[in-house]
Design a protein around this ligand. Structure first.
Ligand SMILES: [Zn+2]
Length: 289
């Protein structure tokens, strides 16, 4: 998928990297039997690798151009960052910036960066390494962080928790550069795009709603990770901060969008990761556009 329109709003996914994650570890309450009915369709959709037993998560931003702003929603993994083991650790490729350039957009053209939350795969390109220092990749952008998530992540970092590196290399340098704006999770960017609270995955997690000419889209962030959670909204994702709240938020999202024309632009569903939510007897389905 290159670009599509929602009324006057133009949207393009900007791909960074594919993350293969162990299915049973990522959804820790599930058994092999729970997965069995879903393996065929999920594999066919590109969301599951049966040989490795991994769910496949694309990591991508959405470039959103409203009448007023050029916006990036989430900024993926980034380069040169120490992140556990795996393909996201100390990455050096320029795929992401090339994909942005293919849309005719350079880093200096972005005027708003929205981070749905502050996990490592949503803030990485906020900064890049320049002569040993982390500097903003998008020097003309206001970066809108939820106040609640910012304080939560800062407290984690001060406690030496896993997020501490992310905070230090991808969040705090933005604050120090004077480019961060701490906002409530219902902040309006302009008359076509605004934040909506969707807590649970993190305490201040927000999704983003766009509306133009009677058309709507919701950028879900990580309130949902896989189309298998449309069938099973109750499946807890391992990183969910408050699993019960995350389940309620996920179910509300699915119920609100079900059988409407509102598009769901997900962070990690198989590509194309944008589609509609359809109700079925006992749950929901995702139908890509
Ligand atoms: Zn994520």
């Amino acid at each position: 998928m290159t670009e599509f329109s929602v009324g006057e709003i133009r949207v393009a996914p900007i791909f960074d990297i594919m993350l293969p994650l162990d299915a049973r570890l990522f959804f820790p309450d599930t058994t092999d039997g729970d997965w069995e009915p879903h393996l065929d369709w999920l594999t066919e959709a590109g969301g599951y690798d049966p040989d490795a037993g991994t769910v496949l998560f694309p990591v991508q931003s959405y470039l959103v151009r409203t009448d007023h702003h050029t916006i990036l929603i989430d900024t993926c993994i980034g380069n040169d960052k120490k992140r556990f083991r795996g393909p996201w650790n100390m990455k050096t490729d320029l795929t992401y910036l090339h994909n942005l350039a293919a849309q005719g957009v350079g880093p200096g053209d972005i005027d708003v960066v929205l981070c749905t939350h502050l996990h490592f795969d949503h803030v990485g390109w906020n900064t890049r390494l320049d002569d040993g220092r982390w500097v903003p990749t998008f020097p003309n952008a206001r970066h809108l962080f939820s106040t609640v998530d910012y304080e939560h992540t800062r407290a984690e970092a001060e406690g030496g928790a896993a997020g501490s590196r992310t905070f230090g290399d991808s969040v705090e340098p933005i604050v120090e550069a004077g480019l961060a704006e701490l906002v409530a999770s219902d902040h309006a960017v302009d008359d076509q795009l605004w934040l909506e609270p969707s807590p649970g995955h993190t305490p201040g997690h927000y999704s983003v709603r766009g509306r133009s000419a009677g058309r709507e889209i919701v950028f879900s962030g990580d309130l949902i990770h896989s189309p298998v959670q449309c069938r099973h909204p109750e499946w807890r994702a391992e990183p969910d901060w408050d699993p019960e709240l995350a389940k309620r938020t996920r179910r509300t999202f699915l119920e609100q969008l079900a059988d409407t024309d509102t598009l769901a632009a997900t962070a990690h569903f198989p590509q194309p990761s944008v589609g509609r939510i359809i109700s079925r007897a006992d749950a929901f389905d995702f139908r890509p556009i």
